[in-house]
Design a protein around this ligand. Structure first.
Ligand code: TMP
Length: 207
């Protein structure tokens, strides 16, 4: 397998899947071991993209799903041109959600056209490809329990369980039979075990 000094690593997964814990723990590991890295989230990233995130996730904005799609893509476009390409091969890039989230949420969850999403993603992202994606997963029982006790902070925390189910199935479909995807289970593995797995997979692709 090829190794890169500065790989691009994505963390994906639905709400309550342990994504934030995993990416935060891995960031701490990189920092402690003095790796050069940046971390961004989507939607969000650049100053402008963070403004778009606020608009998109605000509970007071009842936006159409196509508007959501366009806001997410606008945020991504800014990140790709202003942050990602600038740091590509100069620092490790960690991204909390990327193009797969758009396919999983906007297509598998909300039913928007898959080809339109794929084409727009490619148009924005260009030739750049992530090196590794960690897909964080949760079973239905834990998803139910965790979502019940989560504070409904934003618009996307308020969907029914069935929606998150569809989104997670979409993520799993995207990861199927692909070498660049690693599944992290939040039901039977502890955060420490998941961190060990992340480090092990990271070391396989990082010089
Ligand atoms: P976060 O809570 O993980 O930061 O993500 C914010 C929300 O944005 C999350 O509920 C999923 C949603 N989202 C999409 O629907 N499509 C996308 O492409 C991205 C990046 C996020």
């Amino acid at each position: 397998m090829y190794k890169k000094k500065y790989p691009v690593i994505i963390f994906e997964g639905i709400e309550a899947s342990g994504k934030s814990t995993n990416i935060n723990n891995f960031s701490k590991f990189l920092k402690k071991n003095k790796y050069q890295f940046i971390k961004i989230r989507e939607p969000g990233g650049t100053k402008f993209s963070e403004k778009l995130r606020k608009i998109m996730l605000s509970k007071s904005n009842k936006l159409d799903k196509k508007t959501d799609l366009l806001l997410i893509l606008a945020s991504r476009s800014e990140n790709v041109s202003k942050i990602i390409y600038k740091n590509y091969q100069k620092k490790i890039i960690l991204i909390d959600r990327f193009s797969d989230s758009t396919i999983a949420y906007q297509h598998y969850g909300m039913g928007l056209n898959l080809n339109i999403i794929k084409n727009l993603n490619s148009y924005i992202i260009g030739k750049f490809k992530p090196d590794l994606t960690f897909l964080c997963t949760v079973n239905n029982k834990n998803m139910n329990n965790r979502l019940k006790i989560r504070s409904n902070n934003n618009r996307y925390d308020n969907f029914k369980i069935n929606f998150y189910n569809k989104v997670q199935k979409g993520f799993l479909k995207l990861s199927k039979n692909k070498k660049k995807y690693v599944l992290l289970d939040s039901n039977n593995s502890t955060p420490a075990e998941n961190l060990n797995r992340i480090i092990k997979e990271f070391k396989k692709i990082a010089k």
